[in-house]
Every structure is written in C-alpha cells, then in structure tokens.
Design a protein around this ligand. Structure first.
Ligand code: NAP
Length: 259
C-alpha cells in the first residue's frame, strides 16, 4: 500500500479585499494548508471567512516578521488593497527578514477608455487642489479614512463608504451614503443624476466591484479626478486569487519534494 505523506503549508493572507476573501474560500477545508486571514480592523463588520482570522496591526515590519516566525509561516500572500502601501512595504521587509516566500496580489489598474475624461493625480491632495475655488458638486469615492483633507473646501460632497465616517471626519455638509460594492451601472447613473454630480474623485483601485461609477461618468460625460496608485517595493505578483492559489499549490509541491 502506498504511503501518503501529509504536508501542511502554513499560510498568512494579509486581507481586507475581495481577492483575500476569494483566496480564503479556495483554501478553506483544504488539508494541504493551514491558513490565517489577517484584517487591519478598519471595517466595523468585515465579511469573515470560515478559516481562522486575526484582527489588528502587527507592530510594523518587525512585528510582522516576529509573527511569521512565531507561527512558522511558510508563505505570505499580500492581498491588501493597492493603496495600502505601508503594510505592503512591511510585508516585503518582514518576509525577507523571516525567510518566508511572499506573493502580492495586485489587480490591474483601471485604464481610461474612449469617452472618458480623466485627469490623473499623484495623490489625493493634488486632486483636492484641482477642484478649485468655485463650488462644485463632487462625488468623493475614496473610502472614509482620508476625507479630512477635503474639509474647508467650498464644494458640496457626496461621500460613499462601507462604514460612516468618524464624527467630524467628513467635510461639512457632506451627504453620506453607506454601501458595500459591487455596484451596478444603472444605480451609479441614478446616483450621479440624483445628486447632480459634476466631478468624481476616486482612487485607481482597479477591479470590477467599483468600476461602474467610471462607466456612469463616461455615459454622463462627468470628468474624473483619478488618484494614481502609490509605489510598492518590488515583489512577485499575480493579478487575482486564482493565480495566488496556483502559486500556493506550487509552494506546497516544492515543500513536499523538499526543495
Ligand atoms: P496601510 O496604510 O498600508 O497600513 C497601515 C497599518 O495598518 C499597517 O502598518 C498595519 O499596522 C495595519 N494593517 C494594514 N493592513 C493590515 C492587515 N491586512 N492585517 C493587519 N494589519 C494591517 O493600510 P490602509 O490603507 O490603512 O488599509 C487598511 C486595510 O484596509 C487593509 O486591510 C486594506 O486591504 C484595506 N483597504 C484599504 C483601502 C485603501 O484605500 N487604503 C481600501 C479598501 C480596503 P502595523 O504596522 O501595526 O502592522
């Protein structure tokens, strides 16, 4: 009778995105992997997977490296949001320090299409300054954590995020819409019309869940102030959770062969 060797690869996923949840779903119940999904703790009611999870920062790159060592992690998947630059840089440093294989999941950035009227900015402050002095009606689709920079500007804002902004965090008079994607094109067009939006400010997050607002702006000829992604140190990357799962299978195979 052939002897079946069971090798369990210990995996940490840095999450907070649909890709992280998708990879967690692929790994749940798979005896080849012992996986933990990590959340920063920003969302009040995260959609929790049925694999073990943890919440909260590690204490910088050193703290993350210590966690990787203590938990004997063999593979780290950074599936954080493209704008979560600090944790992604920490992951590169910590993985090197702890001798752990690292893979980033980086969904492709959105590209302007014919009919789009986009202006790209290196950061949110640049987009805010470009709104100018004349009051405009602005859809601010940037999440809830970086709204403070728009306070004191003369514009009327519609803000949309999963959880409401902290008291005083949103610009005065802003209309708040609580919603979690995916969003449909017809609903986005209706929203832009209902609030008589003149400009959209958003981050180039990529992915399908939040892309309909861009198609809606194209349709209604609304200009978009698009904030480009922050730089992340070089690392191995794939575009989605299916490819990340294949990478983990290859790591598991290599570990089994003792490579
Ligand atoms: P960030 O600026 O890169 O990270 C700030 C700190 O938060 C990190 O240094 C780390 O603390 C902690 N942290 C971040 N992600 C973590 C994770 N998955 N598990 C444990 N600790 C984590 O990140 P951020 O922009 O604040 O994003 C925080 C979370 O929200 C991430 O999970 C990200 O995927 C998600 N998210 C971000 C955006 C966005 O636009 N930035 C949008 C959607 C979702 P320590 O240094 O103490 O380890």
């Amino acid at each position: 009778m052939a002897l079946r060797v069971l090798m369990v690869l210990r995996v940490l996923i840095l999450g907070g995105t649909s890709e992280a949840s998708g990879l967690a779903r692929r790994l749940e119940g798979d005896a080849r992997f012992a996986t933990t999904l990590s959340f920063a703790g920003r969302t009040r009611s995260p959609v929790l997977p049925s694999i073990p999870s943890r919440v909260g920062g590690f204490g910088g790159a050193e703290g993350l490296a210590a966690w990787l060592r203590d938990e004997r992690v063999a593979a780290l998947v950074d599936a954080t949001h493209p704008f979560a630059a600090r944790i992604s840089a920490n992951a590169v440093t910590a993985a090197a320090a702890a001798g752990v294989d690292l893979l980033g999941i980086s969904r492709p950035a959105w590209q302007a299409r014919p009919g789009d009227d986009w202006t790209e900015f290196a950061d949110l402050a640049g987009a805010r300054d470009a709104l100018g002095e004349m009051p405009r009606r602005v859809f601010l689709a940037i999440g809830r954590n970086e709204l403070a920079g728009f306070a004191g500007t003369p514009h009327d804002y519609v803000v949309r995020s999963v959880d409401p902004p902290a008291p005083g965090a949103a610009p005065g008079g802003a209309v708040f819409i609580a919603a979690r994607g995916p969003f449909a094109l017809d609903d986005e067009i209706a929203l832009l019309r209902a609030h008589r939006i003149e400009l959209l400010v958003c981050k180039n997050s990529g992915g399908s869940a939040a892309a309909a607002k861009l198609a809606a702006c194209r349709e209604l000829r609304i200009p978009v102030l698009m904030v480009a992604r922050p730089a992340i140190p070089p690392r191995d990357e794939v575009a989605d959770d299916a490819a990340a799962f294949d990478w983990l299978l290859a790591r598991h195979d290599a570990a089994l062969r003792g490579v």
